[in-house]
Design a binder for this molecule. Structure first.
Ligand code: IVH
Length: 675
């Protein structure tokens, strides 16, 4: 009987290892969460009952252990080295020249000049880790520390899904002893989701690297277990029992052992020209990767050549880290401007001494809200760090307090709207300051710009500048005013020719025949995005239907949430709004209710939606896709055109990345529909 129990326990372990390898390394879901949990619970039960069969490398150890008092130091068998840095193409070619020269393969050695093959990998922006496996079992994990001695973080490392407690593959291919080196990191989307969920008191991490390092250095490993950490591996330290002849072979071994690496982003480069190209390519797509990288690492592929090249102080002569252009710079905060949107939110914007960051001159940066200013302890005249990541708006990340002169001054949140002077109000539930004046010119402009935009009334030729001009000239204040514009009013406007004026009037006329969903979206009612508007339109049918809407009816609509129902009911109950809707009807707006796409920007394309999107429910996102002529699908395959991924996107996201599919967030999906 006992013999049998041992076999059952071992079978459970193997099955759990299989499933977790498939999921976390191959991005392949082979069992439901419930099945996995069942197996896991069974293993835990049996191990508790039969402690004689307990093993340190059992998958049950992946959930954390009682907290430690402190971390013990761990001395690496082979030190963890650092790399020399390079910054540009010239540095890369210098590195190659040094390598060739040391190997006697450069032009000076007649008849022997030949290139050296390199591998190029992303330089993962995380924290270094070293895993020691003995006969295939994980016995220890350590941070890098000073390179010679790190901290024993075994319990924490064990909780990371992509750290196997046993190597995969045949025992004969496991080294007796190996130190495997890699980087622990967090995917950008998971980092953002984590921070978004955290309250001020709990504290947020400044960037994914701090998150990874903070999470790995928790004395309570159950905290680490709850963090979405990931790991990639890229080199070995001490290695006994087998030989690895090249970086390429190392990656093959990692595959066999079930260890992850940046597979889709590796390049094998027969010459230095290939290296330069591969580096540039990786730099150009760095923002598209799900994880942060801060450069590339170039390594001589062949182990024998590495032995010949050796080391210079603490850096190998056979590798170099090529840093990307920095996207952070320091500059001075000259002032804080306030921008006012159609909802009246007063958003502080940092006015900066212009500074080039990664090839773009930055003179403004987002500050989100006034609480953010307080959190940063930002003062006028401060020197600040500004970060620009990809396409996102640059942000002020830090105040360089050490550089204060005493001349800095406090930043006051506006007590009134800078445009209309109405006293500002703080949102009940949020940290947002608002101008409550519905007829504030700034809000009116923002509202009109939204009303005529592409996915609302879509009036050709009526862009932001012209809207502002029309409001400033007193020609337009409400939405219906647009439909009353005449040639006589337009012609005197600056930069307005007869042809453009006529075209504009024709576009306005054309926009009168529209869909109810476009109008509902264009009205800018809170919580009513494009897809809620589409759903509402199907129920309300006409603008008169909107006037007749009440909270109970709206709330009863399956896909409409409480907040949206309340906002629409409030909107429809307001006298000014009712008059405005009636004026739209009187102006000759004709709305139809469309089941499917206007324009069909997504015609012929398939979309899979996964994870939690910021505003749309999955159903709403699918409706939006259908409305635009696309086809929502529930499973990801190589043939899927787009994956729409939100927070906590799991295996589908990994799968899509594996297939190299295009990945969209909600904003990108909405944008794509605009064509
Ligand atoms: S190789 C002897 N490859 O960058 C070779 N390092 O300054 C040792 N890193 O300490 C490192 N991605 O923490 C290597 N693909 C990669 C890497 C990488 C990130 C980190 C690592 C190392 C530091 C080098």
């Amino acid at each position: 009987m006992t013999r049998e129990v041992e076999t059952i326990i071992e079978e459970l372990r193997v099955r759990l290892e299989e499933l977790s390898y498939a999921y976390y390394v191959l991005a392949d879901l082979r069992a439901s969460d419930a099945e996995y949990d069942d197996l896991f619970a069974k293993l835990q039960r049996l191990e508790a009952e039969y402690p004689q069969y307990d093993r340190e490398d059992s998958p049950s150890r992946k959930v954390g252990a009682p907290p430690l008092e402190s971390f013990q130091p761990h001395r690496h068998v082979v030190p963890m080295l650092s790399l020399a840095n390079a910054h540009n193409e010239e540095d890369i070619r210098d590195f190659d020249r040094r390598v060739l020269k040391s190997l006697g393969r450069d032009e000076s050695t007649e008849g022997n000049a030949r290139p050296v093959a390199y591998t190029l990998e992303p330089k993962i922006d995380g924290v270094g880790i070293s895993l020691t496996y003995e006969a295939g079992s994980l016995v220890l994990a350590s941070t890098r520390g000073d390179g010679t001695t790190g901290e024993n973080i075994t319990l924490n490392a064990k909780t990371i899904n992509s750290v196997p407690l046993r190597l995969r593959g045949p025992k004969s291919e496991h080294p007796e002893f190996v130190e495997i080196r890699g980087e622990v990191f967090v995917e950008k989307s998971r980092f953002d989701a984590f921070n978004a969920d955290r309250s001020e008191e709990e504290g947020r991490y400044a960037n994914p690297r701090n998150f990874a390092s903070g999470s790995l250095r928790q004395l309570d490993s159950s905290i680490t277990a709850a963090r979405p950490l990931d790991a990639f591996f890229y080199s070995v330290g001490e290695l006994r029992g087998i030989k690895i002849k090249s970086q390429a072979e190392l990656f093959q071994r990692l595959d066999t052992w079930g260890l992850k690496y940046a597979k889709s982003q590796l390049a094998f480069c027969p010459t230095i020209d290939d290296v330069v190209k591969a580096h540039q390519k990786l730099e150009s797509i760095r923002d598209e990767l799900p994880y942060e990288i801060d450069g590339t690492v170039i390594k001589v592929d062949d182990e024998e050549l590495r032995q010949i090249l050796g080391f210079r102080s603490r850096n190998p002569r056979w590798a170099v880290a090529v840093k990307f252009k920095s996207r952070e710079a320091s500059t001075r905060l000259l002032g804080v401007d306030v921008s006012i949107g159609r909802t009246g939110a007063l958003t502080p914007v940092a006015r900066l001494e212009p500074v080039p960051i990664g090839g773009v001159t930055i003179s403004n940066a987002s500050l989100h809200n006034y609480d953010e200013i307080e959190r940063l302890d930002l003062r006028l005249g401060d020197r600040v760090l500004v970060e620009r990541a990809g396409d996102v708006i640059p942000k002020v990340t830090k105040v360089l307090t050490a550089e204060r002169t005493g001349a800095e001054s406090k930043i006051e949140a506006p007590t009134q709207c800078p445009i209309c002077g109405t006293p500002s109000q703080r949102d009940a539930e949020k940290v947002v300051l608002r101008c409550p004046n519905a007829v504030c010119p700034a809000r009116i402009k923002g509202g009109l710009i939204h009303f005529v935009a592409k996915n609302a009334l879509d009036i050709d030729g009526l862009g932001e500048k012209l809207v502002i001009q029309l409001v400033d000239e007193g020609l337009v204040t409400t939405y219906p005013d647009i439909f009353g514009l005449s040639l006589d009013q337009l012609l005197p406007l600056e930069r307005m020719g007869a042809t453009s004026a006529e075209n504009l009037l024709a576009a306005i006329e054309k926009a009168k025949s529209t869909t109810l969903s476009r109008v509902l979206f264009g009205l800018g009612i809170r919580h009513v995005g494009a897809s809620v508007a589409e759903i509402l339109a199907r129920h309300l049918k006409t603008l008169e239907g909107l006037l007749a809407a009440n909270y109970e009816d709206l709330e009863a609509i399956h896909e409409v949430g409480e907040k949206a129902a309340a906002a629409v009911a409030e909107f429809a109950g307001d006298d000014d709004n009712r008059a405005m809707i009636e004026a739209l009807i009187a102006a000759g707006i004709k709305t139809k209710v469309e089941e499917v796409s206007h324009g069909g920007a997504f015609a012929g394309l398939t979309f899979c939606v996964t994870g939690t999107l910021p505003t749309l429910s999955r159903q709403e996102a699918q409706n939006f896709i259908k409305k635009n002529g696309g086809k929502p699908v529930s499973a990801v395959s190589k043939k899927t055109d787009f994956l729409v991924a939100g927070e906590k996107a799991g295996s589908k996201l990994k799968k899509a990345e594996g297939y190299g599919l295009k990945i969209l967030d909600e904003a990108a999906l909405l944008k794509l529909a605009e064509g």
